[in-house]
Ligand binder design. Sequence first.
Ligand code: NDP
Length: 297
Amino acid sequence: MVAQIIDGKMFAASVREKVGGHVARLKSEHNIVPGLAVVLVGEDPASQVYVRSKGKQTVEVGMKSVEHKLKAETSESDLLALIKLLNNDVTIHGILVQLPLPKHLNEDLVINSIDPTKDVDGFHISNVGLLGTGQKSMVPCTPLGCLMLLRDHYGSLSGLDAVVIGRSNIVGKPMAQLLVGDNCTVTIAHSRTKNLPDVIRRADIVIAAVGRPRMIIGDWIKPGATIIDVGINRIDKPEGGTRLIGDTDFASCCEVSGAITPVPGGVGPMTIACLLANTVTACCRANNLQEPDGLTA
Ligand code: NDP
């Protein structure tokens, strides 16, 4: 079998188009412009790249983009004061604090100071609780992107066996909850899981969110299964320089699986697209307007 490649880049473009269409309607029919504020503390190079890309795509879909770049030594009280301002700003519908934060800042405290209705990353404890109890919440962007790809591929996920490898708060756990919400039978695997290959071999859907290059090999995959590779690992190229690869051994997994997301070009582009989707959803909710279909869980 040769796997179908799930094109996350193309799907993300279709999500952005849908978001852009909704933003245009909000403007023309209600005179509302959704606004996203991104807060970056410090000079982490990877975070700077993400923030630039988020700002650019926010503007491209017609939304207002605000960037707050703070010095690495910013105090917790100054950061909390800025978040309070953004919470009270009616032109801002989404607030994202780029993680990781410098060590002297308490990440949980900072994230939980964001108004949960503007928490477009879905990391606020209220949103974690709402998602865990199957209620309407802001859904973390990466798992939401994976869910969209799977729904598009299968139509209905009901009754499928899924394994999520990784139990982080930002990917693994919310991913598992979303799959349960769509009536999958879900196993969460992690570093203490026994017989991981056997656990993976039972699954129709494999979500790899580990952060270990090429860890999952084709021999562990049930024939025809769908693989969503969340992993982003930078490795050295033999000819010099570096490149990104996923958690799956792409070549051997392609021979056995029915469909697979590539790295890059799979889950990655979906994450920012879902951030834009969450911002437009938050804006609609704040204004008691109907949410666009297909942009949340
Ligand atoms: P974490 O490091 O927080 O979590 C990794 C998880 O993998 C942990 O639960 C860990 O288990 C588990 N794990 C580690 N080693 C093994 C092993 N040998 N067997 C089974 N499980 C193992 O990572 P994140 O969840 O933040 O991210 C995971 C990957 O996804 C990374 O590569 C990251 O870069 C990428 N990522 C990609 C995004 C995108 O937009 N595409 C967005 C976010 C993340 P334990 O809990 O027992 O330690």
